[in-house]
Design a protein around this ligand. Structure first.
Ligand SMILES: [Cu+2]
Length: 310
């Protein structure tokens, strides 16, 4: 294969991969290439900052490259242009090109700092979940309710990813972006995450929640989110699945430890938490020894079998 063909193939694969990235809650088509707006106040603020700064960069790019290209063409040597040496160390120009960027930077820093302070405010939360990254998956622990479980790559993706599995990944729903047990959370509640690592550094990254936080062994990082709760137009609040990945190169199976967040209404979540807590409590309870049978009586199973066959 020629180099050109290889490059074209690489570009096409990269473009296809970019389009196949985890889609946001609403985004489709070209919007998938951009940062998603997400489903929380903070994620929308981050999106707003991202767009604001993007357009500032576009404007600067247009002005700088515009002046540069125009100068190159208008003042070219073949047209007899002679360099204007009076521009060197021109104090007025230097003052202007110092003050203008400072104003632009302050205009970007003020709203960004305001959002950052809000992101760091993990007070007044309604639910705390400990998130532990490990090689290779996530452990979720609902600290106040005694619920704990592991979340791994789902079986269908795991089977298809094997070398020479013969399974076409495009036939696997949410290939490499699905897990056996998602993190279940309520909407309309400020949820605090305590993020740590069990072995090496991982990173819990869910774009639609506006969270990317390192999971470091020996450290506890905090993050929080509050998915849009019930409103007049939407009495259930935002519900659905959000998908993310480990965002810190953590070893061989780094690409195979996705994150899935199942956002439910408050009532649905409460019911789920209650039943899961009861299930886990029962599973953990020591099993009672079978009662000793009185001498002469046939074992209970034999009696049942006779009754069934008779
Ligand atoms: Cu990882």
């Amino acid at each position: 294969m020629t180099i050109r063909k290889t490059l074209v193939r690489f570009a096409l694969t990269a473009a296809a991969a970019a389009l196949a990235l985890p889609a946001g809650a609403e985004e489709s088509g070209w919007a998938q290439l951009n940062l998603p707006k997400g489903v929380t106040d903070i994620s929308r603020k981050i999106y707003g900052l991202h767009m604001e700064i993007f357009w500032v960069c576009v404007a600067i790019g247009v002005v700088v490259f515009g002046v540069m290209i125009w100068s190159l063409i208008a003042f070219r040597k073949s047209k007899g242009a002679i360099a204007d040496t009076t521009m060197v160390h021109n104090t007025q120009v230097e003052v202007v090109w110092t003050i203008v960027p400072v104003i632009i930077l302050i205009a970007m820093a003020v709203p960004a700092a305001r959002t950052l302070i809000e992101i760091e405010d993990t007070t007044k939360t309604g639910l705390t979940i400990k998130v532990t990254g490990f090689q290779w998956g996530w452990e979720y622990e609902y600290l106040d309710d005694g619920v704990m479980y592991f979340s791994h790559l789902d079986r269908a993706s795991d089977a298809a990813r094997e070398l020479g599995s013969g399974i076409d990944p495009t036939t696997v729903p949410h290939y490499l972006l699905n897990v056996d047990r998602p993190l279940v959370v309520p909407n309309g509640v400020k949820v605090r995450l305590l993020i740590t690592g069990a072995d090496v550094i991982h990173s819990w990254w869910v774009k639609d929640l506006g969270i990317k936080k390192d999971a470091i062994p020996g450290f506890v990082n905090e993050a929080w989110f509050k998915v849009d709760g019930p409103t007049k137009d939407n009495p259930d609040g935002w519900t659905g699945m959000l998908r993310g990945n480990c965002a810190e190169l953590c070893g061989r199976d780094h690409g195979f430890m996705p994150i899935v967040v199942d956002v439910r209404s408050r009532a649905d979540f409460d019911a789920w938490l209650k039943s899961t807590a009861a299930e886990q409590k029962q599973a953990a309870a020591p099993t009672a020894p079978p009662p000793a049978a009185a001498p002469g009586t046939p074992p209970a199973t034999a009696a049942t079998n006779t009754a069934a066959s008779g």
